[in-house]
Write a protein that binds this ligand. Structure first.
Ligand SMILES: Cc1ncc(COP(=O)(O)O)c(C=O)c1O
Ligand SMILES: [Zn+2]
Length: 419
């Protein structure tokens, strides 16, 4: 924490000491009083540059000079970050290169591990035994898994309709799970109340300022992998708005410490049925963020958020970044899921494929400006929601174990292959 100077409220601007508050600004409340972690960039710069010069990229510890961690030993003992970045040439004539940052390779198979790691380190620093969170699924399984590795108890609130694999993951990791008969937004509010009543340490989206810090390691790592030469635009799926905020902040801090000249423009992608942040962004002109919540409805369960908790940061940071938002339909998301797998060999869950759907839409609408290279963050594995994936493809050809059956099936399907 030695480079952290203060925590600053993103709504009223009031500043607090680096360890003065756990969660949000008491004057502004939980929803709009999210805090930003501010560093002494001059003192962080040299240390950061030395650290990233120290051999191959392994995990998020490499970026510790720009992280609020007191003691690195408090991080979970699993490899978080260090995920692959794949470069593909010539998606179309308009683009030279597409970079896919595949974060399904984290320990619990989603981007959320980057944030959870920081929350666990903070909780351990305080000597907390029990952590809680509400989640559409991935933050929950992330907390359950990383807390298990850190010897902590978890109490988790998920919507009862969360995909089976995500709930199974929680139970296998040994979490105490409440499947809430209601939306994610209701599960979130219930968790907030329970955390207050029982004194559990809360890792729910946006509430803890360190979550965005953990998530920003995705931006730092992408830049590091590209030797500080970033693509022109970066696409990311948006639910509560924390990941997009973290990418804006991470890239902005790299400018601050002179490792890059300019941040890439961030394109936030929301589902049409859960577009509260995109709508608030379209009305925003630098003043107060106007929020109109909705009831969310999309196939992309992880971004099915009607009352996004990091909306103030997401709107303000994206505005400062010069970025933009677009929305995609459920059909565009499921098509993108299949295309991403078939064109790039990356199997994403629907919410993660939304970012790729955003890229496809921008390409179709000729909306990439003069970008030559783009980046796409893939934030969760397709194995998390197999039934959604199965709906977008045809079933297998069923045969008995007999070659003549294979021949019959090939004839019927009209398929033929080279040898
Ligand atoms: C796979 C996946 N992608 C994207 C998101 C959106 O992240 P955020 O809620 O920080 O906007 C989530 C959040 O749950 C997620 O699980
Ligand atoms: Zn405030």
């Amino acid at each position: 924490m030695k480079n952290v100077t203060e925590l600053r409220c993103v709504s009223c601007g009031k500043v607090y000491g680096p360890t003065e508050l756990d969660y949000t600004c008491p004057d502004c409340g939980t929803r709009i009083g999210t805090l930003e972690v501010v560093y002494d960039y001059e003192s962080a710069e040299l240390e950061f540059k030395e650290k990233v010069g120290e051999g191959p990229i392994t995990d998020i510890k490499r970026y510790s000079p720009l992280l609020p961690i007191e003691n690195l030993d408090n991080l979970p003992p699993l490899r978080i970050g260090g995920t692959p970045l794949y470069g593909f040439h010539e998606l179309t004539d308009e683009l030279d290169k597409v970079w896919i940052k595949d974060d399904s390779g984290n320990p619990t198979a989603s981007y959320k591990d980057r944030a959870t790691a920081l929350a666990i380190a903070a909780a351990r620093q305080k000597g907390t035994e029990t952590m809680t969170c509400a989640s559409t699924g991935n933050a929950a399984s992330s907390l359950a898994g990383l807390a298990a590795a850190s010897g902590m108890e978890t109490v988790i609130f998920v919507p009862a309709a969360a995909p089976e694999a995500k709930i199974a993951q929680l139970l296998v990791y040994g979490a105490n799970v409440f499947a809430v008969e209601g939306s994610y937004d209701q599960a979130y509010d219930l968790c907030l109340e329970a955390a207050k009543s029982y004194g559990w340490y809360n890792r729910s989206a946006a509430i803890h300022p360190f979550l965005v810090e953990g998530k920003k390691t995705g931006a730092l790592e992408m830049a590091d992998q590209l030797n500080w030469n970033l693509p022109d635009k970066v696409f990311v799926s948006v639910g509560d708005g924390s990941i997009i905020s973290s990418l804006c902040k991470g890239f902005r801090e790299l400018v601050e410490i002179d490792l890059i000249d300019e941040a890439p423009h961030i394109v936030g992608v929301q589902a049409e049925g859960a577009d509260t942040i995109a709508r608030a962004f379209s009305r925003y002109n630098g003043g107060e963020v106007e929020i109109t919540d909705q009831s969310a409805n999309t196939v992309a369960d992880s971004i099915s958020v009607g009352k996004p908790r990091d909306i103030v940061k997401a709107v303000k940071y994206t505005y400062e970044n010069g970025g933009s938002f677009l929305t995609v339909s459920d059909d565009e998301i499921t098509s993108a899921l299949v295309e991403l797998a078939r064109e790039r060999g990356v199997f994403a869950e629907p919410a993660a494929a939304a970012s790729y759907a955003g890229l496809k839409k921008a390409l179709n609408e000729d909306d990439l400006g003069d970008s030559e290279e783009v980046g796409v963050f893939i934030t969760g594995s397709g194995l998390k929601d197999v039934s959604a994936a199965k709906k977008s493809v045809e079933g297998p050809m069923k045969v008995s174990p007999d070659l003549s059956e294979v021949e019959r099936a090939l004839d019927e399907s009209g398929l033929s292959f080279g040898s």
